[in-house]
Design a protein around this ligand. Structure first.
Ligand code: DOR
Ligand code: ZN
Ligand code: ZN
Length: 440
């Protein structure tokens, strides 16, 4: 199959090219010329997709999602969640272990892997959850098929929490050093202290715990990945750690780049499409305009942008004890393409942050690049399609978006997973269960 005359986006630049796919892999990327085009069509045995005017990204890899299965199927499951991923141009997801039950041992992890294998329409990896008693699990059972270890150093949705220094440190010591520990870094005593006073979680809760995670990684000499960096202070700490050679990576999330706390607190004149309030409650919470500006100014500190897709139903979000989190799989790429149109970042930067960076961070060897020998995961977008979020149907089971009403420029047109056309003309066409576990 040939994807002809696309503008291929890579971290290093952009070029007009014909992308040749055989089976599940890319086999060559050739500079586009009319001659190429004619010769391929005349062969007759090849399918030619005319991608003139479209941008071709490597299929996006979202390293932070909550699929809610098992236990939260009323708000998402592996099928609806991965359909939403495809609609957002994402061909691989890594999913978090804060399900019910939590994925903290072989039995629960294997059960969730089976559910994902039966239902996913894009490729997937699942995190093992760190608990206060499973520090030696991977050491004793290296055949576990997790994509990484997720540690909640502060509490959030679900029951996972490793608060004590000792247990945290043992995970840092004993989980294989070359594999990734991804951390939700908010200092639990601070979370409790401010929570008891009815206050929002402040930046210092994140600041203290990010510093702790960096200190432990530096001391032990191991990898650590900081999830959803939300504030200026976190950026400063991580940037400083990287300069000192600490093996730390991090991800930014769209909500901290596009929204401020006013959406939750209703304190000023945010362009509300939805009522301000609990819909926008999340952990860590939305921050100040200065934090948003710092994140945009320091995209170079980020290794990935990841959605932290955290679906909850509107009923739950408007209820008496609203859970934290917002969905994001279907909106990340359109929002970034809009920012690219506005020259807030360049298209190659999108490929670095959403494709190659995630693959490098998690050691996913055959994904994240349009290059010979790589999985033919491909996202074709029309950069000029203008639309309003919320006007096109959403695949996420929770059925809403915190960006509803926002005007965006750029839309996903076709998505291929390992060479298979999986999303086209707004429809998921991949059969349930065609997603495969990512080996890293
Ligand atoms: O807002 C959040 N929601 N933060 C988290 O850390 C977890 C997530 C969820 O699972 O709902
Ligand atoms: Zn988190
Ligand atoms: Zn999360």
């Amino acid at each position: 199959m040939v994807i002809s005359n696309a503008t291929v986006i890579a971290p290093t630049g952009m070029q007009q090219a014909d992308i040749v796919i055989e089976g599940e892999q890319f086999v060559s990327i050739e500079r586009h010329s009319r001659m190429n085009h004619l010769s391929t069509s005349s062969e007759g045995s090849q399918d030619v997709v005319d991608a003139s005017g479209l941008l071709a990204f490597p299929g996006l890899i979202d390293v932070h999602t909550h699929m809610r299965q098992p236990g939260g199927e009323h708000k998402e499951d592996f099928y609806t969640g991965t359909c939403a991923a495809l609609a957002g141009g994402i061909t691989s997801i890594l999913a978090m272990p804060n399900t019910s039950p939590t994925l903290v041992n072989r039995a629960t992890l294997d059960m969730a892997l089976d559910l994902a294998g039966q239902n996913a329409v894009c490729d997937f990896g699942l995190f093992l959850g760190a608990s206060s008693s499973n520090q030696r699990l991977k050491l004793e059972d290296p055949s576990l098929r997790e994509c990484g270890l997720k540690m909640y150093m502060g509490s959030s949705t679900g029951d996972l929490l490793v608060e004590d220094f000792g247990a945290q440190y043992e995970h840092f010591l004993w989980y294989p050093h070359e594999r990734v520990i991804a951390v939700h870094a908010e200092h639990e005593p601070a979370v409790r202290y401010f929570g008891a006073r009815g206050e929002r979680r402040p930046v210092i809760a994140a600041e203290v715990e990010v510093a702790r995670a960096v200190a432990m990684a530096g001391k032990v000499g191991r990898r650590v990945h900081i999830c959803h960096v939300s504030s200026q202070r976190e950026v400063e700490i991580i940037s400083d750690a990287k300069r000192r050679g600490v093996p730390v990576t991090c991800e930014f999330a769209p909500h901290y780049l596009y929204l401020t706390h006013e959406y939750e607190t209703g304190a000023s004149h945010a362009p509300y499409a939805l009522q301000p309030g609990s819909l926008y409650q999340m952990n860590p919470p939305l921050r100040e305009k200065t934090d948003v500006e710092t994140l945009w100014a320091h995209l170079d500190v980020a290794d990935c942008i990841a959605t932290d897709h955290a679906p909850h139903t509107l009923e739950e979000k408007y209820g008496l004890a609203p859970p934290s989190g917002v969905p994001g799989l279907e909106t990340m790429l359109p929002l970034l393409l809009t920012a690219a149109h506005e020259r807030r970042l360049m298209l190659p930067e999108v490929a670095r942050l959403c494709c190659e960076g995630p693959a490098t961070t998690y050691g996913i060897r055959k994904k994240g690049r349009i290059a010979p020998g790589f999985d033919a995961d491909l996202t074709l977008v029309d950069p000029n399609d203008e639309w309003v979020i919320g006007e096109r149907p959403l695949y996420t089971k929770c059925g809403w978006s915190p960006y509803a009403g926002q005007h965006v420029r750029g839309a996903v047109k076709q998505v291929y997973v390992r060479g298979r056309l999986s999303f086209v003309d707004g429809k998921v066409v991949a059969p349930r269960g065609t997603g495969r576990r990512i080996v890293n």
